[in-house]
Design a protein around this ligand. Structure first.
Ligand SMILES: NC(=O)c1ccc[n+]([C@@H]2O[C@H](COP(=O)([O-])OP(=O)(O)OC[C@H]3O[C@@H](n4cnc5c(N)ncnc54)[C@H](OP(=O)(O)O)[C@@H]3O)[C@@H](O)[C@H]2O)c1
Length: 307
């Protein structure tokens, strides 16, 4: 527990995760490409590094950026973590971004050559879920790497599953996000259908949430669907990346995924409508437009099941 922890990437997810580690007393130094986003973490006890190479002397480095090309750039790129003049290097990298199996395997090979262990550790949950203490990790790689990281993972999230060697956690996370996309599109379609037939969205979702089909997810998206509170949690841009990773995996393993294909194009439509960096729950708005329905907030107090 005396480990020096480095943290790369404090976007929506990375910030909330690093904040939990800092508040739990972890000795953490953060670096973010846009430094201003990292600075408020100093109030929670984190140190802010000027250069990513400053983190090479840490024992463990967590990474939470966007896509595989970004992971490669911040770790093994020409100005990345391992590009410094000194021989300092972490013992373990815990890579949490949602990336492809192939990208993860390339990273593992590059780190193996340098004697650095890799734990693939993508997550389920958004920033609000992290703050509510409900995030979950799915991990793969050497069992010893998981055991070493577990005390730190537990400072961030109550749940961390180990699914085996290599890149298995990546495929689990890709499956999870295909499900997220398909469920969100389906929830948008049925909510608009119920509304056009005369049922207010809050009444419809209250029933769904209390039914056997309700879930943590349907509950925490209810304020967005009812009151059009579309604070950005996760973007169509990132969801399209995950749907594409799912469809690529479907081709590789020869699994037909018709629902995933349709949903991928629904997400693409959102992007074409200029909503790439909005919240993905605006899939509701796209379905409403396609149905000739002008959405207005219902202004009904509804819980999100988290707070
Ligand atoms: N949001 C969710 O609900 C959610 C849930 C589970 C998993 N995820 C996954 O978690 C990851 C992060 O998502 P997010 O929502 O936190 O994204 P985000 O808010 O867009 O943050 C992205 C972070 O990555 C950094 N970054 C991106 N490209 C970089 C590069 N080339 N070099 C250096 N830094 C770079 C950004 O730095 P700047 O600040 O300088 O731009 C920022 O810190 C993604 O892989 C996403 O798919 C997201």
């Amino acid at each position: 527990m005396n480990m020096r922890i480095g943290w790369i990437g404090v976007g929506r997810m990375g910030y909330a995760m690093a904040e939990r580690l800092a508040k739990a007393g972890g000795d953490i130094t953060v670096w973010n490409r846009t430094r201003a986003k990292a600075e408020p973490l100093a109030a929670s006890g984190a140190k802010v590094a000027a250069y990513v190479t400053d983190l090479a002397a840490c024992d463990v480095v967590f990474v939470m950026v966007s896509a595989w090309k970004d992971v490669a750039s911040v770790i093994t790129g020409p100005s990345g973590l391992l590009s410094g003049a000194t021989a300092a290097k972490p013992r373990l990298i815990v890579e949490c971004s949602s990336i492809s199996v192939d990208g993860s395997a390339q990273l593992r090979a590059a780190l193996d050559e340098r004697g650095i262990a890799l734990l693939a550790a993508p997550v389920s949950g958004n920033a609000k879920v992290i703050k509510a203490g409900r995030l979950s990790f799915v991990c793969s790689g050497p069992r010893a790497a998981f055991d070493a990281a577990l005390p730190l993972l537990r400072m961030i999230a109550p749940a961390a599953s180990y699914v085996g060697e290599g890149e298995l956690a990546r495929i689990v996370k890709i499956c999870h996000n295909v499900f997220l996309g398909v469920v969100t599109q389906s929830l948008a379609e049925i909510t608009i259908l119920a509304q056009k037939a005369g049922v207010p969205r809050h009444a419809f979702l209250s029933f769904i949430n209390d039914s056997v089909m309700g879930s943590t997810f349907s509950r925490y998206k209810t304020p967005a669907f009812v009151n059009l509170d579309f604070k950005v949690t996760f973007t169509p841009h990132l969801l399209r990346k995950d749907m594409d990773l799912g469809l690529e995996a479907g081709r590789r393993f020869e699994v037909p995924m018709p629902l995933a294909s349709l949903t991928r194009d629904a997400v693409q439509t959102m992007i074409g409508f200029g909503l790439a960096d909005q919240d993905f729950a605006q899939l509701l708005v796209v379905v409403a437009k396609a149905s000739g329905l002008a959405l207005v907030p219902e202004n009904v107090p509804v819980g999100d099941g988290l707070s």
